[in-house]
Design a protein around this ligand. Structure first.
Ligand SMILES: [Zn+2]
Length: 350
């Protein structure tokens, strides 16, 4: 669970006053990380070291985030909404990938939800299919490769390092969705990555590629001009996970139809209080207290922050108004529910 999670009335006032009326009654969250304590493969004495890098490896903040934790937070923050999560594990080297995948697979036996499997760099997709019969498990939507799960010497991780050919062929054969976290410092501005990506998207046509965080575009600088080469590809979608800069979302929504955009929270981080700020074209996490991975006030009374989730939804509402002024309700319904529902339907889930 998230340490110190408690949704207060002043947060709920934001929900009721600013957000509730724009949201459809049913919401599918397309981007959630779950893991249990058993998946952590570093000793507690090392938590202090690993939390210096990013909130995701701050195991003092969240040592585990289970499906029960997810629904507890989601129901507290969005009361009255019919909320379904789409899940995958936590893809960092401080986590045992196998245990993390297994946790999701076990949960899928008890509950109805969509999930993605995190493949390893040298794993053979067809051996895994033989072992786990993923394609026969209710809720299996596809793959969630991640740059931190691959290791290469002397250069950035490329697309084929995190998603090898066997998994691409497997995804093409079974019509899977691939939740893709763009690797590398240059993101979608990297020419080699662009070449790999366009060649992959066109070759493995039966797979659908979801650009997580709109291609890791947390700042306007990241998205400006960089997603344009993908917007006309039929099997490319974009998710909004953790994006909370209105300008980023406005650019995305003006570039593609609302049928190509999936809402995702990126829980559990989105269930903490904070916001991203872009300074000098780089994004920083702002938190409500001093943290090793972001900006936080020494005097906690100095800031009055609310949940990332609310900042995400605020920005989506702003961008929908700006990009789809004549079709706001339908666009919001597409983003928050219909588009993910269609993915669930394609995989026989709803
Ligand atoms: Zn994520």
């Amino acid at each position: 669970m998230i340490t110190d999670f408690s949704c207060q009335q002043r947060d709920l006032d934001i929900f009721y006053n600013e957000l509730n009326s724009f949201l459809p009654s049913k919401i599918i969250d397309g981007h959630v990380h779950l893991w249990n304590k058993k998946s952590i493969n570093i000793p507690r004495s090392e938590y202090e070291i690993h939390k210096r890098y990013k909130p995701w490896t701050d195991f003092d903040l969240f040592e585990e985030f289970t499906i029960e934790d997810y629904y507890r937070c989601a129901n507290a923050l969005l009361p009255g909404k019919d909320f379904i999560g789409t899940f995958f594990g936590l893809p960092f080297e401080q986590i045992d990938r196998g245990v993390s995948n297994q946790y999701i697979l076990e949960q899928s036996k008890n509950e109805c939800f969509g999930f993605y499997y995190m493949p390893g760099q040298f794993e053979n997709a067809y051996e895994t299919e033989q072992k786990l019969a993923l394609s026969k498990i209710n809720g299996f939507l596809g793959l969630k490769p991640y740059p931190d799960l691959a290791k290469v010497e002397g250069r950035d991780v490329g697309l084929y390092d995190m998603l090898n050919r066997s998994f691409l062929e497997y995804a093409h054969e079974f019509g899977l969705h691939i939740m893709l976290h763009i690797p590398g410092k240059m993101r979608l501005k990297d020419e080699r990555l662009k070449t790999e990506l366009i060649e992959t998207v066109r070759k493995y046509k039966n797979a659908t590629f979801i650009m997580a965080h709109a291609g890791r575009s947390f700042c306007f600088y990241d998205i400006n001009g960089s997603i344009d080469f993908l917007i006309n590809e039929e099997n490319v979608l974009f998710d909004t996970a953790l994006l909370n800069d209105p300008l980023v979302l406005e650019y995305l929504f003006k570039s593609v139809d609302s049928t190509k955009i999936l809402f995702g929270t990126d829980a559990p981080l989105s269930f903490t209080k904070g916001k991203d700020v872009c300074i000098n074209n780089k994004h920083y996490y702002v938190a409500d207290k001093v943290v090793p991975w972001g900006i936080g006030p020494i005097d906690e009374n100095l800031l009055d922050l609310t949940y990332y989730l609310y900042e995400e939804i605020r920005s989506i509402i702003y961008a929908v108004k700006a990009a789809y002024p004549n079709n706001q309700d339908k666009s919001l319904e597409n983003i928050f529910y219909n588009n993910s529902k269609n993915i669930y339907l394609q995989h026989g889930l709803i």
